[in-house]
Design a binder for this molecule. Sequence first.
Ligand code: FES
Length: 121
Amino acid sequence: MRLRDPVPHGDAPAGLQAPPFSARLEPGDRRFDAPADQPLMQSAARAGIELPSSCRNGSCRTCIGRLLSGRVTYRIDWPGLLREEMAEGWFLPCIAYPATDLVFERPVPSEFPGRFRASSA
Ligand code: FES
């Protein structure tokens, strides 16, 4: 039997599951598997990494993080971010789905006034 071309993440045929992406949270070098069909926050939680959150629907920005490498996608048209913020790498892990392996950070709120809201975690 001849092997076919690799299946891109998120495009696995029915019955087959694509391998998860790898995610790394800085600071701390915390690594976890991040399946393409699961919001990043949920994957982190499954690995025992609790990210700050409140609404979990992309509107409060409590979970905001910044991508250092990699890419995410959204299933809603207007996540609670400005186009300029997305261009700078800001993203919302509660509604962001990994599209590649990625590295992200949870910046210190005092360094980015206005980007954060009160955190429940
Ligand atoms: S928890 Fe509210 S935007 Fe992510």
